[in-house]
Design a protein around this ligand. Structure first.
Ligand SMILES: Nc1ncnc2c1ncn2[C@@H]1O[C@H](COP(=O)(O)OP(=O)(O)OP(=O)(O)O)[C@@H](O)[C@H]1O
Length: 329
């Protein structure tokens, strides 16, 4: 069963910007669904429509088999949305915030107390129970905000970039929390992220969008398998060296996808033996020092870059080849 389906959903703002351009997505009940896209791709607009904050210009949005715009009150009572700005009252403690939330949702006091204990225990938040939320770090505040939003037992939890600006330890704690929400509470999670590694680790399904449209949707494994090609990774000591050498490699492998990633240049290879030889000869001939050259497997970042930097016609062609993956969803 699907928790959410959009059908040719279009959103045109009053200033003429068409933020959504006929997007089709399908989110299965009980899964973690990640939406990826470059800045301005339309992710926030889609979340605002799914949470009934905005109305689409045309197209349908179905949530648990109901068209959401005939049922906004019902939808609002079954979802929760955690925006980038935390909604938790920082002057109150976690417990006070939760009690306040329970009154908003008209949860009887005894039931609310039970729920508070369950959430604090499940998310291991005992130490944050009694002190004002203002005394905690940004990462902890975000986890408390999510716990607070679970008070109403939502069927779908929307999260707009839940780990933005967090260090890796805080991000991993957040991932644990989201997995618990899916596994213990059966809640469907719909999140947006710019971190490809996060989408790869967490998601059951990933959708990459571009210019207000879905480009592709599938499991992390399916998306990675789209690129059968391995890549050549030429690693340098500094990013400056990468920037200097990038145009040279783009000329050497003209017509191929050649891009920089951290301190490396990545080249999509056609023939591993001859491409490796070509790159090594070029480096030796021009006395360019490098740390290593190796053949690497595709990552989600490769898929993302490839799909979001392609021209529309190429994407269409790729989608035709990959029809059996996208049409499964
Ligand atoms: N209220 C608005 N009025 C007019 N145009 C808007 C409005 N909100 C967003 N847009 C435009 O719609 C397009 C999509 O924006 P949106 O914020 O949905 O993208 P996004 O993928 O969430 O981007 P980001 O990753 O930067 O948050 C952009 O061109 C943006 O400028």
């Amino acid at each position: 069963m699907y928790a959410i389906q959009t059908q040719n959903t279009v959103k045109k703002y009053k200033n003429g910007v068409q933020a959504l351009n006929g997007i089709n997505i399908s989110v299965k009940t009980g899964e973690i669904f990640s939406l990826l896209g470059q800045n301005g791709a339309g992710k926030s607009t889609l979340i605002k429509i799914l949470t009934t904050y905005l109305k689409p210009t045309s197209g349908k949005v179905i949530m648990f088999d109901q068209d959401i715009h005939n049922q906004t009150d019902v939808v609002r009572s079954t979802i929760a949305c955690v925006a980038q700005q935390t909604s938790i009252d920082t002057h109150l403690s976690l417990e006070e915030n939760m009690m306040f939330q329970s009154r908003l949702y008209k949860i009887p006091k005894a039931k609310a107390k039970e729920k508070i204990e369950e959430l604090i225990r499940d998310f291991e938040l005992e130490q944050y129970r009694n002190y004002p939320v203002s005394s905690y770090s940004g990462g902890v505040k975000r986890r408390l905000d999510i716990a607070l939003n679970m008070m109403s037992n939502p069927k779908i939890l929307f999260l707009d970039e839940p780990t933005v600006g967090m260090d890796i330890q805080s991000r991993m704690r957040m991932w644990d929390m989201l997995l618990k929400i899916r596994d213990h509470f059966g809640t469907t999670i719909f999140l947006t992220t710019h971190y490809l590694e996060e989408a790869d680790q967490l998601s059951d399904t990933i959708c990459i969008m571009k210019d207000g449209k879905d480009v592709i949707q599938g499991t992390p494994l399916q998306l990675r398998s789209l690129i059968h090609q391995d890549s050549l990774q030429i690693q340098f000591l500094t990013q400056n060296e990468v920037q200097e050498c990038l145009p040279l490699f783009q000329q050497l492998f003209v017509g191929r996808s050649v891009f920089a990633r951290n301190k490396s240049i990545i080249v999509n290879i056609q023939n591993s033996h001859s491409d490796m030889e070509k790159a090594m000869n070029f480096l030796l001939k021009n006395h360019i020092p490098c740390q290593s050259i190796q053949i690497i497997q595709p990552t989600l970042e490769d898929v993302f870059l490839r799909l979001t930097t392609k021209k529309e016609q190429e994407v269409k062609k790729e989608n035709e080849c990959l029809g059996n993956i996208t049409q499964k969803y």
